[in-house]
Design a protein around this ligand. Structure first.
Ligand SMILES: [Zn+2]
Length: 62
């Protein structure tokens, strides 16, 4: 089980895999960071992929 913090606030999420962690983050983003979600949708797919890759690398290095 790994624990990693949200990249915007202090809230932490624990999961066995990055996919599970990301699923929790999606729900958290939608309820707590709706503005960020809106902004993210206007960004390019490449940026989204990069964010994903960065977060995954961080998670894996825990
Ligand atoms: Zn957060």
């Amino acid at each position: 089980m790994k624990t990693m913090q949200c990249d915007i606030c202090e809230q932490e999420f624990s999961a066995e895999t990055f996919d599970d962690w990301f699923k929790q983050m999606q729900g958290h983003y939608m309820s707590d960071h709706a503005d960020f979600m809106k902004e993210a949708q206007s960004k390019s797919k490449e940026e989204g992929m990069k964010w994903m890759a960065d977060m995954k690398a961080k998670f894996e290095s825990r």
